[in-house]
Design a protein. Structure first.
Length: 150
C-alpha cells in the first residue's frame, strides 16, 4: 500500500485562483494528462500512459459510502469488474475552522486536511472521510490508462 502526502503543491497565486473559482461538483472527464496536480505525481508514478482523468469537487461534503476505493463505477455496475485508476488524488483547496474531516486510509492511517495538501493513493487503497464541522473544499482526481464509459 502506498500513501504519499505533499504539502504546498501549488504556487500561492494559483491556489488563490482555485479558491475563488467556481468549479463543478459533478464528475468531469478530461482527455489527456495536462493538470498541475497530475504533474506533481510524476516523481512517484509513471504518468506517460494516462489517457484521461476524472475530476470532482467536494465542497463541504464527503462521500456517504464509508470505506471505499476509487474504481470504474460503470464497469462494476454493468459487469461486476473491478477496475482501478492509476492512482487517486485528493487535494485540499480550502480548509477553514475544521474539526474532524480526517482522511482515514486502510491500516489505520489518518491524514489531516490542510490547504494546499495533496494526498496520493495507490490503486485499490480503501479510504473514507470522517464527519466534520467547519468548511473544506477538496478536489479529487482519478487518472486512467483508458477512456471510461458513461
Amino acid at each position: 500500500m502506498k500513501v504519499i502526502i505533499l504539502d504546498n503543491v501549488l504556487p500561492t497565486d494559483l491556489l488563490k485562483d482555485w479558491q475563488d473559482e467556481e468549479m463543478p461538483t459533478t464528475p468531469q472527464w478530461t482527455y489527456g494528462k495536462n493538470h498541475p496536480l497530475i504533474e506533481a505525481t510524476s516523481p512517484y508514478y509513471d504518468t506517460s500512459k494516462i489517457r484521461g482523468f476524472e475530476t470532482w469537487l467536494h465542497r463541504n461534503t464527503r462521500p456517504e459510502v464509508g470505506f471505499h476505493y476509487d474504481r470504474d463505477e460503470y464497469s462494476y455496475a454493468v459487469d461486476k469488474k473491478l477496475r482501478f485508476p492509476i492512482f487517486s488524488l485528493i487535494f485540499y483547496i480550502i480548509v477553514e475552522d475544521l474539526e474532524g474531516g480526517e482522511l482515514n486510509v486502510e491500516n489505520n492511517i489518518k491524514i489531516t486536511p490542510k490547504e494546499n495538501r495533496l494526498v496520493i493513493l495507490a490503486p485499490k487503497v480503501k479510504h473514507e472521510v470522517e464527519e466534520f464541522t467547519g468548511y473544506r473544499t477538496s478536489l479529487n482526481i482519478n487518472p486512467w490508462e483508458r477512456i471510461l464509459k458513461a
